[in-house]
Design a protein around this ligand. Structure first.
Ligand SMILES: Cc1ncc(COP(=O)(O)O)c(C=O)c1O
Length: 397
């Protein structure tokens, strides 16, 4: 029987300045909601990473530190498990993954250019272009038979009409956990090549793919795909290292890499901090793969539990079973007439702090009526959430 302690123990995060807790009042208007929003786990970072950090702290000098061959080798070996062959010279460190796509917008587009996104999607994808004086161009995904599909016709039309120079792709997809298949990615790459669009493939959730599905790194599809793609990744989600600020880009095309590095230089972004380097090297290891498999089994149990609960108590709420990651996209449209009513019920009655679907939908409104729940929680926290939902239902009956 595997040791389930890391997945059943509830840690009190009081005093750790955890964003997930500190921002509750600002986001939900009250601080007594059970926070299941930002993609940060209420599960511990595994021992072998904590020990590597402690060991590094045995040395009292914490000066400027560089990535070494060990760091590059760790990334190359880790990406090889996805069938992605990476060279050390292609790796550029970023402060985190969001920092990577913000800089990509700056590097590969000019003010006024279009940046294509496919909502519902991670909200900063929509904000990064606008905040830098570009236009965010939306080609919403199509919801078909309970799963999202890319709308190639809408993407092509957007590329033709809106001077699109860059596309931000979430692979696997947040919020729905959709794992894009190689034929879908190949069709997307063809479109991008045809219209001269650089493709940023944010693969931060790629380690967390459930059995039966396979992550395809966009750049691994073909040499042509590699030449137009900037891959962004990080051990941040898999090992819960968000507080370390950690990420990297993989850029095979020398011109794209030079343009990207120019923006790094202009912003004095030179590499990972010492703790991020230490953690990355410890994470990207055999122990890391074994930990990831245990985590995935826990997430599957949590998803099964939520699915069974909804089936019994809220059958008109549709759970989109994720193919990757611990974020679950819930469709409440059949239950609530307005998004405001849904939000109000969750916060005021169930006292749950979920990620607001509307923020993922952009102008398209494709997130309205949806909520994203974060199931990277220990078992008792999920049980507490279900208990709160049940009590809210009983009160509203
Ligand atoms: C798709 C995606 N990209 C980037 C991030 C943010 O990563 P980072 O903390 O490395 O900026 C997240 C976090 O939820 C995410 O889901």
């Amino acid at each position: 029987m595997p040791d389930l302690t890391p997945f059943t123990q509830v840690y009190d995060r009081e005093g750790t300045a955890a964003e997930k807790y500190l921002l509750c009042k600002a986001l939900f208007g009250r601080d007594d909601v059970l926070p299941m929003w930002v993609a940060d786990m209420d599960l511990p970072t595994p021992d072998f990473i904590i020990e590597a950090l402690q060991q590094r702290l045995q040395h009292p000098l914490l000066g400027y530190t560089l990535a070494t061959d060990t760091t590059y080798r760790a990334i190359i070996d880790w990406q090889a498990q996805h069938g992605y062959s990476v060279k050390a010279s292609e790796i550029v460190f970023t402060h985190n993954v969001a920092n990577g796509f913000f800089m990509a917008v700056s590097a590969f587009t000019q003010p006024g250019d279009g940046v294509l996104v496919t909502p519902p999607v991670y909200p900063p994808f929509m904000q990064a272009p606008i905040l830098q004086g570009r236009q965010t161009v939306e080609a919403p995904l199509i919801l078909q038979n309970g799963s999202y599909q890319m709308d190639f016709a809408a993407m092509e039309q957007a590329m033709q009409q809106h001077n699109v120079k860059l596309m931000l792709l979430c692979n696997p997809q947040n919020p729905s956990g959709r794992v894009w298949q190689s034929d879908e990615l190949a069709q997307l790459v063809d479109l991008c090549i045809h219209y001269g669009v650089t493709l940023v493939s944010d693969e931060i959730h790629s380690d967390l793919v459930y059995p039966g599905y396979q992550h395809t790194p966009t750049a691994s599809l073909s040499e042509q795909a590699a030449q137009i793609t900037v891959t962004l990744s990080s051990p941040g989600k898999t090992f819960n290292l968000g507080g370390l600020q950690i990420g990297y880009a993989i850029i095979a095309n020398p011109q794209l890499k030079a343009a990207y590095l120019k923006v790094c230089q202009a912003n004095a972004i030179s590499g990972l901090n010492l703790f991020a380097l230490t953690a990355l090297q410890a994470a990207y290891s055999l122990a890391g793969k074994q930990w990831r498999d245990r985590l995935m089994a826990h997430f599957s149990r949590n998803i099964d539990r939520l699915e069974a609960f909804l089936g019994e108590h809220l059958p008109d709420v549709n759970l989109m079973r994720p193919q990757a990651s611990y974020l679950v996209w819930l469709d409440f449209r059949a239950r609530f007439e307005t998004h405001a009513a849904l939000k109000n019920w969750l916060v005021e009655s169930a006292k749950l702090g979920l990620s607001d679907g509307e923020s993922f939908g952009g102008e398209s409104g494709s997130g309205t009526g949806f909520m994203r729940i974060n199931l990277a929680v220990p078992t008792p926290v999920l049980e507490q959430a279900l208990h709160q939902l049940k009590s809210a239902l009983e009160r509203s009956a």
